[in-house]
Design a protein around this ligand. Structure first.
Ligand SMILES: C=C1C[C@]23C[C@@]1(O)CC[C@H]2[C@@]12CC[C@H](O)[C@@](C)(C(=O)O1)[C@H]2[C@@H]3C(=O)O
Ligand SMILES: O=C(O)CCC(=O)C(=O)O
Ligand SMILES: [Fe+2]
Length: 372
């Protein structure tokens, strides 16, 4: 495993944490081991030599850039987000905000073709084609990684997790995010915006080291959260902004440190999602992450969320449960989980609601956030 050094968070003690890098062109068994280790230790890694053609990626990014360059009135024709569609600054239905505009699409080809008519009125077929091809390649890459995970975990059915995502009824999504640059112009922050920013920053744990958003006067683009699905494949242009919360020293209940992830347009960043944490009975961690707007360059990210079908039942895999590792989560369908997630703020640790025996302190803290 290659370990890339992240840019240090200024004014703080910096941990010697690097983003694990997995080269998919190496021997499959070795890559599978590295993926398992990265999912256990960080819930996050980057893949290189992934096989997704650069041209396909460039075409997808060009479509995203063309869309975000449209006049606001045109973009709004693809919204409001319900939750799918175009949105700006408001994230979800529970008051989260950020310096981001986005387009959220269902990954199913029929849904893409329908939405394309509102997104790209000049040439919907071109948009559908670019998104359809990209989604197909992202799904294949997600399934390859999940199959390797199945092998690395020595599951009886090594394809069990990948099967959830490969299913034609899978509820996977594609999200295009555009974070305008933070150019110190006349875009003054209102008191209300400041309050929302502070609320997003302080969610979760105690006031963490680095809970200001990176020491560079950055603003929240997309507040801290975990991704609810199985895994996420994120690709961006070369503007920084993504940060992951590293596990506290020695694990345990301490607070982690926000680690900036240097952008790498040629790579895919992979996150463990809540569903994968549940399937592995907590062996893999659904990583908390966020995006900050701190650069002079607009950030454009294209994010594929690999999800199960709505009716799929999720419970810890039998191989992940043992007398010394009792079952942590009760069984739920993806549809039930989604319903709960849409009723909660972005930063909420929603998987806790599905714990067999909720931890009292964490439950109290969540309650506190719900009330604020
Ligand atoms: C505030 C919210 C936005 C979100 C749904 C939620 O209620 C909580 C989870 C959020 C999230 C985070 C990862 C993805 O960007 C997303 C599409 C998802 O599946 O869960 C968003 C949801 C959203 O923006 O609709
Ligand atoms: O744009 C990014 O870097 C992060 C986006 C993200 O976390 C999300 O869309 O869920
Ligand atoms: Fe995310």
């Amino acid at each position: 495993m290659v370990v890339a050094s992240p840019t240090p968070v200024r004014h703080e003690r910096v941990r010697t944490l690097g983003v694990p890098v997995v080269d998919l062109s190496q021997k499959r068994g070795r890559a599978a081991e590295l993926i398992v280790r990265a999912c256990e230790e960080f819930g996050f890694f980057k893949v290189i030599n992934h096989g997704v053609p650069a041209e396909m990626v460039a075409t997808m990014e060009a479509e995203a850039a063309t869309f975000f360059a449209l006049p606001t009135s045109e973009k709004q024709k693809a919204g409001p987000p319900s939750p799918l569609g175009y949105g700006s600054k408001n994230i979800g239905f529970n008051g989260d905000t950020g310096e981001v505009e986005y387009l959220l699409l269902h990954a199913n080809p029929v849904a893409i073709a329908q939405r394309a008519r509102a997104v790209c009125r000049r040439d919907p077929a071109r948009f559908s084609c670019a998104v359809g091809e990209y989604v197909g390649a992202a799904r294949e890459l997600a399934c390859t990684i999940l199959e390797m995970l199945g092998e690395g975990l020595h599951l009886r059915n090594t394809g069990a997790i990948a099967g959830l995502v490969r299913d034609t009824e899978s509820d996977s999504l594609l999200r295009l995010n555009h974070y305008p640059s933070c150019d110190g112009g006349d875009d003054k922050e209102s008191e209300e915006e400041k309050e929302n920013r502070d609320a997003s920053n302080h969610h979760g744990c105690c006031r963490r080291k680095g809970s200001g958003v990176g020491g560079g006067g950055g603003r929240v683009g997309f507040g801290e959260h975990t991704d609810p699905q199985v895994i996420t494949l994120l690709r961006s242009n070369d503007a920084p902004g993504l940060q992951v919360l590293s596990p506290p020293d020695g694990g345990g209940d301490g607070c982690g440190v926000w680690v900036p992830v240097p952008p790498d347009p040629a790579a895919f960043f992979v996150n463990v999602g809540d569903v994968l944490q549940a399937l592995t009975n907590g062996r893999f961690v659904s990583v908390r992450h966020r995006a900050v707007v701190s650069s002079f360059k607009p950030r454009l990210s294209v994010v594929y969320f690999a999800a199960p079908p709505l009716h799929a039942r999720i419970s810890p895999l039998s191989e992940m449960v043992a007398p010394q590792r009792p079952c942590l989560y009760r069984s739920f369908t993806w549809g039930e989980y989604k319903k709960a997630m849409y009723s909660l703020r972005l930063a909420h640790n929603r998987l806790e609601l599905f714990r067999q025996h909720p931890v009292a302190e964490q439950g109290d803290e969540q309650q506190h956030h719900l009330m604020n």
